[in-house]
Design a protein around this ligand. Structure first.
Ligand code: RB5
Length: 146
């Protein structure tokens, strides 16, 4: 079980928390930083993380920035990526069941009403349902480049 993870300076603490939670769950985490408060650009971290994911062998990717918005939008510009930015356990579960998201994003400066660790767990513990959702995902991915 392998996960790739990257963040900008807006989410150093939350990234560390999610990383150790993943490790406690038995995941090997390829952590690409940044682990300091020094400013980095979130599109660069998104690109680095997706390029690592594309090497293969990863179950999913985790991306974080201040809001989670910039880094999720950036990764979704890259072919093959379906990065969700759930704010609740419910949406985290549903994005796996229906969208088969392969990346999950979080905001380090966001005040979540549910614990991000539990949001991540809901994503991990859910299973893609397939069926009619395969067709919709195929249509979604056919939008790439349009
Ligand atoms: C960086 O200051 C901030 O803009 C970034 O972390 C993120 O929130 C962008 O969407």
């Amino acid at each position: 079980m392998k996960v790739v993870m990257a963040n900008d300076h807006g989410a150093v603490e939350l990234a560390a928390r999610l990383k150790s939670h993943l490790e406690n769950r038995g995941y090997e985490v390829k952590y690409l930083g940044t682990a300091t408060e020094e400013s980095v650009d979130y599109p660069d971290k998104a690109e680095e993380c997706v390029n690592e994911y594309r090497k293969g062998g990863y179950d999913f990717g985790v991306l974080l920035c201040g809001t989670g918005i910039g880094i999720s939008i950036s990764s979704n510009k890259m072919n093959g990526i379906r990065c969700a930015l759930p704010q609740t356990r419910y949406s985290a579960e549903m994005t796996k069941r229906h969208n088969n998201a392969n990346f999950i994003a979080f905001g380090g400066r966001v005040e979540y009403s549910e614990d991000p660790v539990e949001i991540l767990d809901a994503f991990i513990d859910a299973e893609f349902e397939g069926g009619r959702h395969e067709r919709r995902i195929a249509k979604m991915m056919a939008l790439e480049g349009k």
